[in-house]
Design a protein around this ligand. Structure first.
Ligand code: ZN
Ligand code: ZN
Length: 250
């Protein structure tokens, strides 16, 4: 399995990265986890615009899903349209919410490009991958994912505060893509995001092979996020996510 970080900027695109988007490839199948603001552009550095076989949206905050609107245009009106429908695994409200963002709330506009599949906690097959979705700790319906293929696995936190479910999803994975949106401070809101230290604590509890800190918010100093993660008790390798970074698992 090959994991490419397309976008790792938290909450909005930064100068060096779009918002959340991760490309997972195995056996010629290409699955995208999140399609946040700006990510459709950077995705095309790695695969062709029409080469996406499945999309999973962790939750419906704009920095995780909004480029579905632009991708709808590409797949509905592109030079070789109509293109095959791409399955989009997402919270059940996704068709209504994203059609609203697109400006056609009364029509099933996005269904010309996508087949929406409501996410629920549990495991199912998507192409060659076994995906496990679990509800994490964020103010909206939000999922973390574990994706396995050929004896290798990766976990992605989505957006979450401290979460036992995230530990469960990540247990024994080769790679944990864990959000670290906050730097330590006195009045951090609970049940929203993690600090680097908390990300490392989750990685340690889950016994993952490698921790990659992601959803890095541009107004934070990412060196501080990495420093704080090093104090979280995780003994394995820890690094900051970077748009364009590739991890070959197995
Ligand atoms: Zn976010
Ligand atoms: Zn969010």
């Amino acid at each position: 399995m090959k994991v490419t970080i397309v976008g790792c900027s938290g909450s909005y695109p930064g100068p060096d990265s779009p918002a959340s988007c991760y490309l997972l490839e195995a056996d010629g199948f290409r699955m995208v986890l999140d399609l946040g603001s700006g990510s459709l552009g950077a995705l095309q550095r790695h695969i062709g615009l029409y080469d996406v076989d499945a999309i999973c949206l962790s939750h419906l905050h704009a920095d995780h899903c909004l480029d579905i609107c632009g991708y709808h245009v590409a797949r509905t009106y592109g030079p070789a349209a109509p293109y095959p429908l791409v399955p989009v695994y997402a919270p059940a409200d996704a068709p209504r919410r994203l059609a609203g963002a697109y400006g056609m709330p009364e029509e099933p506009a996005l269904e010309t490009a996508f087949e929406f599949v409501p996410l629920r906690p549990g495991s199912f097959e998507i192409g060659p991958f076994t995906l496990t979705a679990g509800l994490v700790n964020h103010p909206v319906e939000a999922y973390g994912f574990r994706v396995a293929n050929g004896g290798r696995s990766v976990a992605y936190s989505g957006d979450t505060g401290e979460s036992q479910e995230l530990v469960k999803l990540a247990t024994g994975t080769d790679l944990l893509l864990c959000e670290a949106s906050f730097v330590e401070g006195p009045d951090l809101p609970p049940d929203l995001h993690l600090t680097g230290r908390q990300a490392a604590e989750h990685a340690a509890k889950a016994g993952v092979g490698r921790l990659v800190l992601t959803h890095l918010v541009p107004w934070n100093d990412s060196a501080t996020v990495l420093e704080e993660a090093s104090a979280g008790g995780f003994a394995g390798p820890v690094e900051l996510a970077r748009s364009g970074a590739v991890y070959e698992l197995g």
